[in-house]
Every structure is written in C-alpha cells, then in structure tokens.
Unconditional design. Structure first.
Length: 348
C-alpha cells in the first residue's frame, strides 16, 4: 500500500493537501487503526519525534506526536516523574499521537484519571492543511472550552496531530501489589465495590476473571505498608504480595496477556455490565480501573458476538472495522465538517 513519510509539520501539511485520503501511523502498535485501507495513503509520522520543551519544576512537557512513549518516559524518569494515565503498549512502540488518537489509558489511570485529564494542548493539521492549536502548554491555560480534548479518541477523524502538551506527576516512592483470589465472580464483584467506595488511594484495581483481584498501592513506605495491611484485613486474607512489581505492571500495560489472541479489543465495562461480558466467548480478559474498562483477546467469532449484543468496543488489532458503533451524528458531524470538509481522514 502507498505510504508517505513526514519528518516535519510542513511535510504533514503538504501531504494533507496532496492526497485525498490519508491514514496516519506512528509506531504501528495498533494495526487495526493505522493500516491503510483501499484508496488510502499511509502517513508515517515516526520521523516527527522528540521533546520540544520539558520543565520538570512545572511538571509539563511538549513533544512531537511521533515521539515514542518510551522516549518520553525515559526523560520523565530522570526527574522522578511519570505519565499517571499509564499509556498502554509503550513496550510495543506506541507514540504520543497514536495514544491520544485512540484514547487509550492503562492500569494506573484508576488513581488520577485517564488521558484527557492530563492533556493540556495540541497542534494539528486539519483537512485543508491548516495548522490549528487547541489548549495550551501550561496548566494555567486550561480556561475556556477544552477544544484540544476533542482529539482524545477521535481516531484521527478531525486532523493529524503533530504536537502535544501534557502535565505529569511525581512517581511514587515505593509500590506494592496485592493479589487476592476469591471464591467466585460474585465475591470478587462485591470486594471490588467495597474497595472502590473507600478512600484508599489505590494506583490500580484490576479484576482477572473469574475471581482474582490485583490491587496496586504507591506512596511513602510506611503509608503503603499500613494501607496494604488494611486491605488484607478488609478482604479477610493475606493474598500474595508483589514487592518488585514494576515488571509485572509493564507487561500488563503492554497487554502481554493478549499475546496469543488474533483480535484485541477495548470494551467499556462497569460493575453492572461485567456479568454480561463474562458470558461472551472472549479468550483472555482483564478488567482495569476498578472494573470500568475491559481489554480482551478473542477471535472473529468473539468479535461477532460483541457486535450482535450491541456492545460498544474498539479493535486494536485483527479487524478492518475497528470502531463499533460508529460515532453519532450531530455534534461530531458538525466538528468533522468544519475541520475536514473534504473527508480526507477516515474514521475507523
């Protein structure tokens, strides 16, 4: 399939004006979203990379959209900082722009919120090749309509993101993970509900079906140990404590548990919908953010079952129609018409 490579904002603008149908790609970690379809030209943004500004004392940075997450996190780590929404697929080459376009957040979004809560501003090239800015580069510029947040989960429908600004946080001094195996899905859901209702400042709270909980805590050592003991007492068992848990959670954020599945999907969940999701033929599953978000591995039949039930989802790999259902008309259509009147950027 034809592809053009851009290493500057000007080259992105040139490509947009030259080709009638474009599909941007960063690191290629989500092929269902970045692989060109018939009649489309791939726009490789992997050369548009690098930190433009980083002010550790202000906890903000600006970088090009093609910058790999691994490069960003290496720079942040040198100052004891991190991206609290824990973007997935870092180890598979995911970039900042692809993360924003797909709207993905990882396990540690539970404590401080998802991607849109940390995005301060964007610059993007719209469907007529114009360079547009939304938001700002510092937290104080966040007043007014958060136009930049429209790019989160937009799948590139409104334009090609070329630059992004984020706020960041200090990384916890220590982290611990408690793994507890309960007797049934019902018991696990009840425990999830109790943990969610208490002010425990958990970094992550995941359910591994049918009935295993993983609880991650972070902070100062004495506080972490006290909270860990309190959770063990609350759940009525000591469980298994992972003290060196960094490698474990890096594998989770890279969705290593889906490795053997041909189709990877992200599905909005929630405690009320979770029992229904558990009846579907999904091979590998993990519920993140206290049960609010499901990452699952399946095959074409499992994907078909999701769609027959009318359950919304986003396919990351393994299907050519990644978004179900398509976005509603109304507000979305008006924004799309204003920013991409010629329909250069496909959705899904």
């Amino acid at each position: 399939m034809p592809e053009v490579r851009a290493t500057s904002v000007a080259e992105v603008q040139e490509a947009v004006r030259l080709y009638p149908r474009l599909r941007p790609r960063g690191g290629g970690s989500k092929p269902a979203l970045s692989t060109p379809r018939e009649g489309e030209v791939g726009l490789d943004l992997s050369g548009l990379r690098g930190l433009l500004e980083y002010t550790p004392e202000e906890f903000v940075f600006t970088a090009y959209a093609g910058t790999p997450l691994s490069e960003v996190e290496e720079a942040l780590k040198a100052h004891g900082q991190y991206l609290p929404f824990h973007p997935p697929l870092k180890g598979r080459g995911a970039t900042l722009g692809g993360t924003v376009a797909s709207g993905l957040s990882g396990p540690m979004r539970y404590r401080f919120g998802g991607l849109r809560d940390f995005l301060l501003g964007v610059r993007f090239v719209d469907g007529e090749g114009r360079l547009v800015r939304g938001g700002g580069k510092v937290v104080k510029n966040a007043a007014g309509f958060p136009f930049h947040r429209l790019m989160v989960g937009s799948l590139g429908a409104f334009g090609v993101v070329v630059e992004l600004s984020f706020k960041v946080f200090p990384y916890p001094r220590v982290t611990r993970t408690l793994r507890v195996r309960l007797g049934s899905l019902g018991e696990a859901l009840a425990a999830l509900e109790r943990l969610r209702s208490l002010p425990l400042d958990l970094l992550a709270l995941d359910l591994l079906p049918p009935a295993t909980l993983e609880v991650r805590l972070g902070g100062f050592p004495r506080s972490v140990e006290a909270r860990l003991k309190g959770i063990q007492e609350l759940l009525g068992q000591e469980g298994e404590v992972l003290e060196e848990d960094e490698a474990h959670w890096e594998a989770v954020r890279d969705l290593a548990f889906l490795e053997e599945s041909p189709v990877w999907v992200k599905v909005p969940a929630g405690l009320g919908r979770l029992p229904e999701l558990e009846t579907l033929p999904l091979e590998r599953r993990r519920y993140l953010a206290g049960g609010e978000l499901l990452y699952a591995g399946t095959d074409p039949e499992g994907l078909k079952a999701l769609r027959q039930r009318g359950l919304p989802h986003l396919v990351l790999r393994g299907a050519e129609e990644p978004l179900f259902p398509p976005p509603p008309q109304g507000f979305f259509a008006k924004v799309k018409g204003a920013l991409d009147p010629l329909g250069r950027f496909p959705l899904g």
